[in-house]
Design a protein around this ligand. Structure first.
Ligand SMILES: Cc1cc2nc3c(=O)[nH]c(=O)nc-3n(C[C@H](O)[C@H](O)[C@H](O)COP(=O)(O)OP(=O)(O)OC[C@H]3O[C@@H](n4cnc5c(N)ncnc54)[C@H](O)[C@@H]3O)c2cc1C
Length: 572
C-alpha cells in the first residue's frame, strides 16, 4: 500500500472520478470495483482500515443458515454464491470449515434443521437442479446474470450429511463428555475480516486507487447543491485536505447518516440504520477443544450461538441485540459475556469463566430498519443503495460476504448515470495470491528452529506471496525474528511490515487489526512493557524518536481497556 504521506499529496493534487468515504469491506470493494472499471478512484478512512464493523464480524463467509428462518432466500442464495466465488478468488484467505449440529442425550434429531440444510445445499448449487459433482463446463446460454455464477472449477461444498457420534467427537473433541448420538455436518467458510479488507485494498491499488487512513470526511464540496468532492481533516496534522471528485460514495456503515445528516434524514424513503450489537469471546483450545471444525450451540429461546476454531483459539459468538450506546466505541457487554459463557458451559459441561478468556470484541451491524418495530434478529441483512439530493450515493447494510455485490450496485449506478457501458470485473479479479513454497522458506541467516511452530501456514494465510517480505525483514533485522507474544506465531517483523506496507500508525493498529493478538492473547498484552517491542518496530519504519516510541507503548493499555478486549484483566 502506498505510504500515507505520498497518498495525501496525490489526493489533494488531481480530481478523481470517484471518492469513497469509509475503509471497511464495503468501501474497499467499491474502490476495487470502480478502479478496475477504469475510474480514477480515491478512498479515505477516518481512523484505521477496517476499524468499524469489518474487524468485528464473526469472520464467516457464509450464506447464513439462520436467515432461512426469516425466508430471506434471495440473500442466502446470493451470499452462498459469493462464498464460493471468494474461495476461488482468495483460496489462501477464505477457507471451508465443517460445521456440526450435534444431537445429544435423549434429544431427537431435529428434522427442521435437516430441511434447512437441504435448502442450503440446493441454494449453494451454481445451477438449481444440478448436483455439484456433475457440473460440467459452463455454457454461455446457461449462465445466470453477470457475476452470479462462480467459475466451474472452483471449490464447492459437499452436501450436508449425518455423521455418527464418534466422528462428531473427533471433529469437536469438546463434545466428548456429552456423548453425542449423531450430528449434522455441513460446510461454511471462514476468513480474517481485516485481512480481507486489506487484500481488497491492495488489489484496488493495483488498479490505481489512491488511499489514506486517518482522514475524516467532515463535509462535502459542492457546487449548485451537487457534490463535487469531500473535505477531510487529517487526524495527525489537523490539516484540511480537499479531494475533488465527480462522484462521492458514502460507505461508512453504521455512521452513514452522519455525513450530511440533513440531506439523508430529509429523504423520507431512505431506510434508517438500526444498530445491533454482537459480542464474541475467545478461549484457549485446550479449554474448549475443536479439531478444525465448528459447532452450533443452542443458547435459549430458540437462539443459537457457535464456536469456531480461529487463530489457535475457540471463537465463541455471537449475541444480536438492539444497541443504543456509543457506536464509536463498542465494547462487549458484561451481560453478553455471561450469556455466551453460560450457554457454552451448559452445552459442553465446561466451567469456563471470565478468567479463561484470551480476548473479546464487539461490533454493531449496520442493519436496515424498515420502521417495523421488529427485533434486530429479524431485520434484514440486505444492502441498501440510495442517492440523496447532492448526488451522493450511500451504500449500507449487507454482509462481509456480499461486499462484492454491494460494490457492484454502486458502480453500476455511477456508470448508469453517466450513460456508460462498463461491465463489472470483480468476479474475475483474484484477491492476492497464495505463497509459493519458496516464499515460505526461512531466509538465510535465520535459525529455522527458532521460528514459531506453524509460521509458514500462518504467513501464507495472512499475506499470501507477500509472506516473503515478512521473512526477509526478519532476516535483515534479527531482533524482529521473534514472536510478539510467546505461543503465537505472529512475528515482530509483521509490526514493521504493517507500518511499511499497510499504513499502520499505532500499537493498536498492529495488535487489534494487522495481527489479531489483542483478540486472542489479550492477557499477555496488558501493559506498556509487553508492547514496547511492537512500538519500536513501528517506530523503526516511521522514523519515531525514543519519546514517541514510549508514548505509543504507553497509550496501549488505555486502548485495550476502551475496546473491552480483555475481560479477564477487568475481572482480576
Ligand atoms: C457481530 C457481527 C458479526 C458479523 N458477522 C458476519 C459474518 O460472519 N459474515 C458476514 O458476512 N457478515 C458479518 N457481519 C456483517 C459485516 O461485518 C458487515 O456487514 C460489514 O463489515 C460492514 O462493512 P462496512 O464497510 O459497510 O462498514 P464498516 O466496516 O463499519 O466501515 C465503515 C468505515 O467508515 C469509516 N468512517 C465513518 N465515518 C467516516 C468519515 N466521516 N470519514 C471517513 N471514514 C469514515 C469508519 O471508521 C469505518 O471504518 C457481522 C457484523 C457484526 C456486527
Amino acid at each position: 500500500m502506498i505510504a500515507r504521506d505520498k497518498a495525501l499529496e496525490e489526493l489533494a493534487a488531481e480530481p478523481f472520478d470517484v471518492v469513497v468515504v469509509g475503509g471497511g469491506v464495503t468501501g474497499a470493494g467499491v474502490a476495487l470495483d470502480a478502479a478496475s472499471r477504469g475510474y480514477t478512484t480515491a478512498i479515505v478512512e477516518r481512523a484505521d482500515w477496517a476499524i468499524g464493523t469489518s474487524s468485528r464480524s464473526s469472520k464467516m463467509v457464509h450464506g447464513g443458515l439462520r436467515y432461512l428462518q426469516s425466508f430471506d432466500l434471495g440473500l442466502v442464495r446470493e451470499a452462498l454464491l459469493e462464498r464460493q466465488l471468494m474461495v476461488h478468488l482468495a483460496p489462501h484467505l477464505v477457507y471451508p470449515t465443517p460445521y456440526l449440529v450435534p444431537t445429544l442425550g435423549d434429544d431427537r434429531r431435529d428434522f427442521k434443521i435437516g430441511i434447512g440444510l437441504n435448502m442450503y445445499d440446493v441454494m449453494a448449487t451454481t445451477r438449481v437442479g444440478q448436483g455439484r459433482r456433475q457440473r460440467g463446463p459452463r455454457r454461455e446460454r446457461e449462465r445466470e446474470p453477470e457475476g452470479q455464477e462462480p467459475p466451474p472449477e472452483s471449490w464447492a461444498p459437499d452436501r450436508h450429511r449425518t455423521i455418527p457420534g464418534a466422528e462428531a467427537v473427533e471433529l469437536v473433541p469438546a463434545l466428548g463428555p456429552r456423548e453425542p448420538k449423531s450430528a449434522y455436518l455441513f460446510y461454511d467458510c471462514q476468513t480474517d475480516d481485516v485481512r480481507l479488507v486489506l487484500t481488497i485494498l491492495g488489489e484496488a491499488e493495483r488498479f490505481g486507487a489512491v488511499m489514506a487512513n486517518r482522514l475524516e470526511v467532515t463535509s462535502l464540496l459542492e457546487r449548485d447543491g451537487k457534490a463535487e468532492g469531500v473535505r477531510c481533516q487529517c487526524a495527525e496534522s489537523g490539516e484540511t485536505v480537499e479531494i475533488r471528485a465527480a462522484n462521492v460514495v458514502n460507505a461508512t456503515g453504521v455512521w452513514a447518516d452522519r455525513i450530511r445528516p440533513g440531506e439523508i434524514l430529509d429523504e423520507t424513503e431512505v431506510p434508517r440504520i438500526a444498530p445491533s450489537r454482537g459480542t464474541h469471546l475467545t478461549v484457549p483450545l485446550e479449554k474448549l477443544p475443536l479439531a478444525d471444525a465448528a459447532c452450533i450451540v443452542p443458547a435459549g429461546s430458540g437462539r443459537t450461538i457457535f464456536v469456531l476454531p480461529w487463530y489457535g483459539r475457540a471463537l465463541i459468538g455471537t449475541t444480536d441485540n438492539d444497541y443504543e450506546g456509543d457506536i464509536d466505541r463498542v465494547r462487549p457487554g458484561a451481560e453478553d459475556v455471561s450469556y455466551l459463557l453460560d450457554a457454552i458451559n451448559v452445552y459442553f459441561g465446561t466451567d469456563l469463566g471470565r478468567d479463561d478468556l484470551t480476548g473479546a470484541y464487539a461490533g454493531v451491524r449496520p442493519l436496515i430498519s424498515t420502521g417495523d418495530p421488529k427485533k434486530s434478529v429479524d431485520i434484514s441483512r440486505k444492502a441498501e443503495l440510495y442517492e440523496t439530493s447532492s448526488g451522493m450515493l450511500t451504500i449500507t447494510g449487507g454482509k462481509l460476504t456480499t461486499w462484492r455485490r454491494m460494490a457492484k450496485l454502486v458502480v453500476d449506478r455511477i456508470a448508469m448515470r453517466e450513460e456508460r457501458e462498463l461491465p463489472c470485473r470483480t468476479a474475475e479479479i483474484p484477491l492476492g495470491m497464495g505463497a509459493r513454497p519458496e516464499d515460505l522458506e526461512p531466509p538465510a541467516g535465520v535459525d529455522a528452529a527458532s521460528l514459531p511452530a506453524g509460521l509458514a501456514k500462518h504467513l501464507n494465510f495472512r499475506y499470501g506471496h507477500a509472506a516473503r517480505e515478512v521473512l526477509d525483514t526478519a532476516a535483515e533485522r534479527p531482533e524482529l525474528a521473534r514472536p510478539i507474544v510467546g505461543g503465537c506465531p505472529d512475528l515482530l517483523a509483521e509490526a514493521a511490515i504493517a507500518a511499511r506496507r499497510e499504513q499502520a500508525r499505532s500499537v493498536g493498529d498492529v495488535l487489534l487489526r494487522r495481527t489479531r493478538l489483542a483478540l486472542t492473547a489479550a492477557p499477555q498484552l496488558r501493559n506498556a512493557e509487553a508492547v514496547r517491542a511492537v512500538a519500536e518496530a513501528i517506530g523503526g519504519e516511521l522514523g519515531w524518536d525514543e519519546a514517541r516510541i514510549g508514548a505509543a507503548a504507553d497509550a496501549w493499555p488505555a486502548e485495550l481497556e476502551a475496546e473491552g478486549a480483555d475481560p479477564a484483566g477487568a475481572a482480576s
